[in-house]
Design a protein around this ligand. Sequence first.
Ligand SMILES: Nc1ncnc2c1ncn2[C@@H]1O[C@H](COP(=O)(O)OP(=O)(O)OP(=O)(O)O)[C@@H](O)[C@H]1O
Ligand SMILES: [Mg+2]
Length: 85
Amino acid sequence: QQCKLSLVDQTKLVTAASELARNTLVYGGGGVMRVGLVRRDGWVGVTAVFEDSGPGIPDVDQALTDGWTSGGGLGLGLSGARRLV
Ligand SMILES: Nc1ncnc2c1ncn2[C@@H]1O[C@H](COP(=O)(O)OP(=O)(O)OP(=O)(O)O)[C@@H](O)[C@H]1O
Ligand SMILES: [Mg+2]
C-alpha cells in the first residue's frame, strides 16, 4: 500500500511471497523473509528475500521450469512466482 501498488498487484506479490515461504518450509525446514522498500529513480518498490538453511537448489534453471518438482507438488510455485513479479 505504501508503494501505491494496485490491489491486483498487491495480490500478485502476496501470492508469490506465499509460494516462496511455503518452499522454505517444505524444502528448507523453515527460514526467514526480509522485506523492505527500495527507492530508485523516483520509483518506490518492494524487495523480499526468502532464505533458509536447507540443502539449497542445485539447479535453479530446472527448478524454475514449469511442472518440475522433486517432491509431490505441481512444480509451479517458483515459475509462477517469477511470472507474478
Ligand atoms: N527453498 C528451497 N530449498 C531447496 N529446494 C527448493 C526450494 N524451493 C524450491 N526448491 C526445489 O525446486 C522445486 C520446484 O519448486 P516449486 O515451488 O516450483 O514446485 P514445488 O514446491 O515442487 O510444487 P508447488 O507447485 O506445490 O509449489 C522443488 O520441487 C524443490 O526441488
Ligand atoms: Mg513450491
